[in-house]
Design a protein around this ligand. Structure first.
Ligand code: 2AM
Length: 181
């Protein structure tokens, strides 16, 4: 029987931005607001695949390798709290079309390959705190960080020794807009 793994497609944050985010988070949230997501785990999920077999993962890797999607930049200028899942997140007020199209493409391929997709609209975000189920005081001003997306990756989520770790299994370049045609 083939082993299944918990996988998702995502955009990573460069280390410089990871450090900026965690310094800002430490300065702006109460310690009991929620569990901080580790710097190396900060990411923007494009499509969640769930627990899938190696066969399905291989099919989706193959598809990902054939995607020609343009590079894009997004401004991280939005902040919010979803009390039900207990997530405080960083997002963008204006998601670039290239981001929405890439996520939509990956999500539709995921669905066609048997990965259940949420019916909720895609809301690009980077989870900052988890377990934040009580009201959280959000900082009045949100930084305006820029995230330049030049590649996307397939990640595995593993729970090891009490910690969640996300490991990049493979990544694929996004292409400069002029070479997309
Ligand atoms: P979150 O950050 O909003 O919690 C790995 O688990 C990633 O996949 C996380 O970023 C998580 O999003 C997302 N994820 C986990 N379960 C999911 C689900 N059922 N539907 C959509 N995304 C999910």
């Amino acid at each position: 029987m083939s082993e299944s793994r918990r996988l998702f497609f995502a955009l990573a944050l460069p280390p410089v931005l990871q450090r900026r985010v965690i310094r800002w988070r430490a300065a702006h949230f109460e310690q009991d607001a929620g569990r901080p997501v580790a710097a190396a785990n900060l990411h923007l999920t494009l499509a969640f695949l769930g627990e899938i077999s190696e066969v399905r993962a291989a099919a989706l890797r193959d598809i990902a390798g054939r995607i020609h999607s343009p590079t894009f930049s997004l401004t991280l200028d939005d902040l919010g709290h979803w009390p039900r899942p207990g997530v405080v997140w960083l997002g963008t007020r204006r998601a670039p079309n290239a981001l929405l199209q890439l996520a939509s493409l990956l999500r539709s391929h995921a669905a066609r390959n048997g990965c259940h997709q949420s019916t909720l609209p895609f809301h690009p975000h980077i989870s900052l705190l988890r377990g934040a189920t009580r009201p959280v005081a959000l900082p009045a001003a949100t930084p305006q960080w820029q995230l330049d997306a030049t590649e996307f990756g397939l990640y595995e989520s593993r729970y090891l020794r009490g910690r969640t770790r996300y490991q990049c299994l493979q990544s694929w370049p996004l292409v400069m807009p002029s070479s997309c045609e």
